[in-house]
Design a protein around this ligand. Structure first.
Ligand code: ATP
Length: 237
């Protein structure tokens, strides 16, 4: 198992955001966590990235207990977070944004440009826009840039927080096509989404989280067929 979270509880001061959640992700899987606004999805990803310390429970990654490991060490261990709302550096160029994603690796100039070229192979549209400031990109292109920047740290596990947020349906399809391409390249992906449809189609397995608790789990296909999931997260259709 690449990632194994056991019985984790997460708080912001007195507010409990996640209660006793257990999830696992095997190498090469796409796993989705779906849930409503405020259910605890982002908090769970932040805990894996080392940005919210667990009150109880454990996180194992790649054979190592990382429950208390500092966030920057988790990046070196192979965990990258593509944050909600993309958070690209607006005034920096596309190439500079990508470069910043690799800062922890201390790459040589040659390795750095090879790594940037690799992102351009995955997201050809970024290549055409390499010298533009990120702020001039469309929302979908900024999402691709945010994914590319996360991939620059050469992760074993990519965490994605609401990659579809604020994007039009056709663009969301593009983003999920890119997510599938990444899996074909061997990337393991844990993503959280409020808009469950595309996420469940792409996912090998999924979890539903409701007010901080995992309430349902199954294959992406099972979840798409589940009446509860359809009613709550797929517009009832
Ligand atoms: P969204 O899709 O809106 O991001 P989410 O499922 O990711 O929702 P979280 O952001 O993880 O939900 O929030 C879980 C709970 O923790 C919510 O009740 C939220 O109000 C609370 N919370 C989140 N961040 C903080 C914070 N910094 N301080 C206090 N409470 C917080």
């Amino acid at each position: 198992m690449l990632l194994e979270i056991q019985d984790i509880s997460l708080f912001y001061g007195p507010i409990q955001a996640v209660s006793g959640a257990s999830i696992h992700v095997a190498e090469g899987e796409i796993v989705a966590i779906v849930g409503a606004n405020g259910a605890g999805k982002s908090t769970l990803l932040k805990a894996i990235a080392g940005l919210v310390p667990p009150k109880s429970g454990s996180i194992r990654f790649n054979g190592q207990d990382i429950t208390t490991l500092a966030a920057h060490r988790r990046v070196s261990a192979g965990i990258a977070l593509c944050p909600e709302g993309r958070q690209v550096f607006p005034d920096q160029t596309v190439a500079d944004n990508l470069e910043l994603g690799a800062y922890a690796l201390n790459l040589s100039a040659a390795d750095l440009s090879a790594a940037i070229e690799e992102q351009f192979d995955i997201f050809p549209r970024l290549r055409e826009r390499r010298a533009q400031p990120a702020v001039t990109l469309s929302g979908g292109e900024q999402q691709m840039l945010a994914i590319g920047r996360a991939l620059m740290s050469r992760p074993k596990l990519l965490l994605m927080d609401e990659p579809s947020l604020g994007l039009a349906p056709l663009i969301i399809k593009d983003i999920f096509a890119a997510i599938r391409r990444l899996r074909e390249r061997g990337m393991t992906i844990l993503l959280v989404e409020q808009m469950a449809n595309q996420a469940l189609r792409a996912a090998d397995r999924a979890y539903v989280i409701e007010t901080g608790r995992i309430t349902l789990t199954g294959t992406g296909r099972e979840m798409l067929a589940s009446p509860e999931v359809r009613a709550a997260y797929l517009g009832g259709g």
